[in-house]
Design a protein around this ligand. Structure first.
Ligand code: 3HC
Length: 709
């Protein structure tokens, strides 16, 4: 064995040179890895004993892409294109041996081998689009040459990871190896290349697939039309599409030139910066400084849920999906039956769309049982209470859980804002109590806010974080404060939206500005969708707010055909003259004069107070890092990923500008707009949220009197 460099070895086995990369965690194409491949291929080609070369990786995966941490910095070692040219023009056959994932630059390297062998569990893909990029190492030109324009469009704009078997069918992989026997299979394949004198296949030379798509612009136009909604606001999908058009219409080298130009446009833009930031932010959120990874994990083999409503049912599905049995406790048989029936219906809907098999529907439903007795929770390892947001009810439940549950069981509450310390105080085991704030629909939404209370133990936190990953959630740890991270930041935005209406902006103006910013919908469209009557009580309604009046007129949102908007039979919204008049009357009654409010002001009024609130959350230690706040907002509240999150966006527009606006708002409208001390400090120091040093952990409350929504 010859060490080529610290991450690459070359072994000659018979007539085959086996080049092995070992650069944990994912063999990303750092300078050292590129250098290793370059030098390794050079050495193998120079060795007369070597007749063919296998490129294989140690560890969990084949090359998972370019090293994203190197983006934007000075590049060391040979460029990726140089490495690829070296492989592709090798006079000896090169075979890529793929396990784990060959993604992005990893697949692009493999596409420069003459052949590819993979184990059945391997996956391949070009997921650059999810980083706001396009494959910049020839992938945009080589992939369509193997799979054709349509499949390339689908793969590159979704970033999907294609399983090896499907990759074989598409021609991306030449042979499947037996699981666990990749090395032997790849060497055998390489030997066959020598003995059968197989040609040196260069993907770039294969023109037949793209030639067949030439002169058919409708492939691209139809694809753009079909996906317009999904791609809204994002640059990268369109930039990927243009590259595939180039692959179809231009010679290889000219296509590569287009790819390079468009890649650089994305790479230097703010969208990709935001999306790359998000990639790391999501992973960083899993790291809790004062809860090391070695902290004990409590085995969770059975879960109990209290409440069979929309929330409870959705939460239960998450666990059944990964094979964990769940018992749901309800008060009334009818509610329990309804809840279980809804769960079955949801699974059947997924099955009808091909998401799971009929057998899986049965397996998952069988894992979810119901009970009318709290005693059914005696043997569960974790309980999640998902009942009404009323402190008295929650306290009653936790008092009972304290008696019924076995010692060490995790007692979780799905409250979206109540004081968890107060809930925990009725138990003798506050160390086991934690907030597990799921978002509706809980079987779909990715975010899980995990709330650490005063006494929550590290074991309970670690277990909850790890379990969240197991059930496919993105967990973020937050502290006890009104509304936690997500709803606390939502508060100022909702308040501003309402205030702006009272100053003369129409609900549809505000919704449009926020929609154009990238949110899936604005606050008024959202209210109409959810129902304006949530929390509204007819008997107590005295026409004191715009919402009261709308509800009193039976304009309770989409379900009644009218709310802030008027809806046609297809639920298409139109600005409503009725709402406009109600608003006008309210403004007149308040003695104010409506004014014209521009889009920029609407945006600044809605967004900057959110950033300010985020700064307060950080200074109070209720979130560990600014990026955790961004992950909450991306995954729970529809913040457009290409804008990073409120804190990233604050840094992007510049904290001095945010501070100046908050000061202006405060001078005009009072102390509700008072700038956060942290915002002032960062501006004074010329820093951004990106420079904020993470807290060691969440600051728990020193007082029990935290005011909660
Ligand atoms: N560069 C640098 N670091 C990377 C990386 C990459 N391409 N991919 C993963 N990592 C790091 C992660 O940050 C994480 O680090 P940490 O342990 O310090 O938090 C570690 O590797 C493990 O990653 P995951 O926690 O995500 O591990 P999983 O096993 O859950 O997932 C994976 C593995 C599927 C490979 C996933 O990491 C992934 O999707 N990675 C990104 C793949 C990608 O987007 N590749 C394209 C890169 S851009 C490119 O290639 C441009 C080219 O066209 C020129």
């Amino acid at each position: 064995m010859t060490a080529i460099n610290p991450v690459t070895d070359l072994t000659v086995e018979g007539e085959i040179g086996v080049l092995t990369l070992n650069s944990p965690p994912v063999n990303a194409l750092s300078g050292r890895v590129r250098q290793g491949i370059y030098d390794g291929i050079t050495a193998a080609n120079a060795d007369p004993a070597v007749k063919a070369i296998v490129l294989i990786c140690e560890g969990r995966t084949f090359i998972a892409g370019a090293d994203i941490t190197e983006f934007g910095g000075a590049s060391k070692g040979p460029g990726l294109h140089e490495v690829q040219d070296m492989m592709e023009s090798s006079p000896k056959p090169v075979v890529a041996a793929i396990h784990g994932t060959a993604l992005g630059g990893g697949l692009e390297v493999a596409l420069c081998a003459h052949y590819r062998v993979a184990v059945p569990s391997a996956k391949v893909g070009l997921p650059e689009v999810n980083l706001g990029l396009l494959p910049g190492a020839g992938g945009t030109q080589r992939l369509p040459r193997i799979v054709g324009a349509q499949k390339a469009l689908e793969m590159m704009t979704s970033g999907q990871h294609v399983p090896a078997k499907a990759a074989l069918a598409m021609g991306l992989v030449d042979e499947l190896a037996e699981e666990g026997k990749l090395r032997e299979a790849a060497i055998a394949f390489a030997k066959k290349c020598v003995s059968e004198n197989k040609p040196l296949v260069r993907v770039r030379d294969n023109d037949s697939k793209v030639a067949a798509d030439r002169g058919k612009p409708e492939i691209f136009e139809n694809f753009r039309k079909a996906n317009a909604r999904k791609f809204r606001g994002f640059m990268a999908p369109e930039w990927n599409i243009r590259c595939i058009e180039a692959a179809v219409n231009l010679p290889f080298e000219e296509g590569i030139a287009v790819e390079r130009k468009l890649f650089m446009e994305l790479m230097t833009g703010s969208q990709s910066a935001a999306q790359r930031y998000s990639f790391f932010a999501e992973r960083t959120a899993q790291k809790i400084p004062d809860v090391p990874d070695t902290t004990e994990i409590i085995p969770v083999k059975k879960v109990g849920i209290i409440g069979a409503g929309t929330m409870g049912g959705g939460i239960a599905m998450n666990f059944a999906n990964v094979g964990i049995p769940v018992v749901i406790v309800e008060v009334k048989q009818e509610a329990l039956d309804r809840g279980l029936a809804t769960i079955r219906k949801n699974y059947e809907r997924t099955a009808s769309r091909g998401g799971i098999t009929a057998e899986q529907v049965e397996q998952r439903c069988a894992l979810i049982t119901g009970s009318l007795e709290m005693e059914a929770l005696a043997d569960v390892d974790m309980v999640i209470e998902a009942v009404f947001e009323r402190m008295d009810i929650k306290k009653d439940i936790f008092t009972k859980l304290d008696v019924i549950c076995k010692p060490g069981a995790i007692l979780g509450t799905n409250t979206s804002g109540l004081n968890i310390d107060e809930i925990a105080s009725v138990t003798q085991r506050p160390q086991d109590v934690i907030g597990l704030h799921f978002f509706s629909p809980a079987n779909v939404m990715k975010l899980l806010e995990i709330i650490q209370a005063d006494h929550t133990s590290k074991e309970v936190i670690n277990t909850s974080m790890k379990l969240a990953k197991k059930i496919g959630k993105i967990a973020v740890l937050a502290g006890v404060c009104p509304g936690f991270v997500g709803n606390r930041i939502l508060g100022p935005r909702q308040r501003e939206a309402q205030k702006l209406v009272m100053e003369g902006a129409m609900p549809w103006d505000i919704d449009r500005v926020l929609y154009d910013f990238g949110f899936p919908m604005g606050p008024f469209a959202m209210s109409d969708l959810a129902g304006l009557d949530i929390g509204w009580v007819k008997e107590r309604s005295k026409g004191e707010s715009i919402r009261d009046v709308l509800c009193e007129m039976d304009r309770r949102g989409q379900k009644t055909g009218a709310g802030y908007y008027d809806y046609d039979e297809n639920r298409v919204a139109k600005p409503s003259p009725v709402t406009e008049k109600i608003i006008h009357d309210f403004i007149v009654k308040s003695g104010a004069n409506p004014r014209t409010i521009g889009d920029e002001e609407i945006l600044e009024r809605c967004i900057y107070p959110m950033i300010n609130e985020g700064a307060k959350i950080l200074e109070e230690g209720k979130a560990i890092r600014a990026s955790d706040i961004d992950i909450v907002w991306q995954n729970g509240y529809g913040w457009p990923v290409y804008r990073g999150g409120p804190m990233f966006y604050g840094d992007l527009v510049g904290l001095p500008k945010v501070l100046a606006k908050m000061q202006e708002f405060q001078a005009k409208m009072g102390d509700a707009y008072k700038p956060a001390a942290l915002l002032e400090k960062l501006v004074a120091e010329g820093k951004g949220f990106k420079d904020f040093k993470p807290n060691n952990g969440i600051t728990t409350n020193t007082k029990k009197d935290t005011v909660h929504a």
